[in-house]
Design a protein around this ligand. Sequence first.
Ligand SMILES: Cc1ncc(COP(=O)(O)O)c(C=O)c1O
Length: 421
Amino acid sequence: MGSLHLFHSLSVSVSTPTILRRPLNKGRVAACLNVDVESPNRLKLKSNGIKDVIEEEGKVIVGTYARAPLVLSSGKGCKLYDPEGREFLDCAAGIAVNALGHGDPDWIKAITDQANVLTHVSNAYYSIPQVELAKRLVANSFADRVFFTNSGTEANEAAIKFSRKFQRFNHPDNEQPDTNFISFTNSFHGRTMGSLALTSKEHYRSPFEPVMPGVTFLEYGNIQAVKDLMKLEKLLLYLSNRFKVQCGLGRTGYLWAHEAYGVFPDIMTLAKPLAGGLPIGAALVTERVSSSIVHGDHGSTFAGSPLVCAAAIAVLDKIANPSLLSSVLKKGHYFKELLTQKLIGNLHVKEVRGYGLIIGIELDVSASPLVDACRESGLIVLTAGKGNVVRLVPPLIISEKELEHAAEILHECLPALDSSN
Ligand SMILES: Cc1ncc(COP(=O)(O)O)c(C=O)c1O
């Protein structure tokens, strides 16, 4: 037993290393991980009641989240269950993450197979799932190369650093090349300092100012303004949140939302659904951008791990399938029609809008009472915008029957807007 001293006062016991040898099994590794997804009929409160969990959370977790009073303990397909067995139809998908729903068998198999072999090695070495996933992303997009991260905000940080490095690389004689960025109004890009600087919404930025300088905000969604600026300034186009983290990967019925608008980027960031619920992000780049990046410019310990990439391969293989994409468009159209029929006419409902399976119901009042009432009735939905929009981003595998059920609950819960606002 040795002792490792950290700073002045901490000491940690370290065991003498033992050399572990695994018996060879004709080159195969024996399965050692049993993953058992809880099915609804196995739902039992294991120790604490729901109230206790919420109370204990309040004592031990930093208070950054205004959570709904809901404890979720298992899920299957588009259904979620609390520990007492109450069932919810999931139209939030973990904030547009669980594109294949919960417990997709191919996704589970990909993870368990990979976890049985190798989970993490760091980026000091090569690993096959990372290369395979990058090949698939390149084959299915405008991009020539991929940089993996662990989250959406990190993908945006990578895009920010790559853009600055591109400028330095292409203007070697200029001691201070342009480092300005353009973003859209009404935007959110993540919580780290660079992403925060590109986020226009004041309440995310102001407690942490000063943020990175040099960001100009254009009117949200004004593609023409971007195109004009690109002509004038030969800007490197890095795509904003209208297209990427939340709207990419099949959510709109296109694999990438920019395809619908005929705009093609130099850098595009991905995250949320790419690994079906495991943490991942990616910056997709052209060769032009990539050629300005050299060893050591950026990196990550965890990003692109074999486990997460194996999960992402399973997700991408399903999402990139044209029949899944066309089903998303078809279901999105059906859902929007249904919602329009059932909800427009209510005095508080101003608009039902969206593309594919990302749909917003804009209200003239706060959406929270409706979201709460839906949850009480077994439907999970989100808010968006300035809090006056109900956001629906269900798993892409949701059925028409489930969409009808969601529309029915939303309709039934509309009176909540009168009583609470
Ligand atoms: C458009 C957009 N960009 C960036 C992010 C940040 O992603 P993450 O929470 O994975 O860092 C989000 C998350 O909600 C997002 O919706």
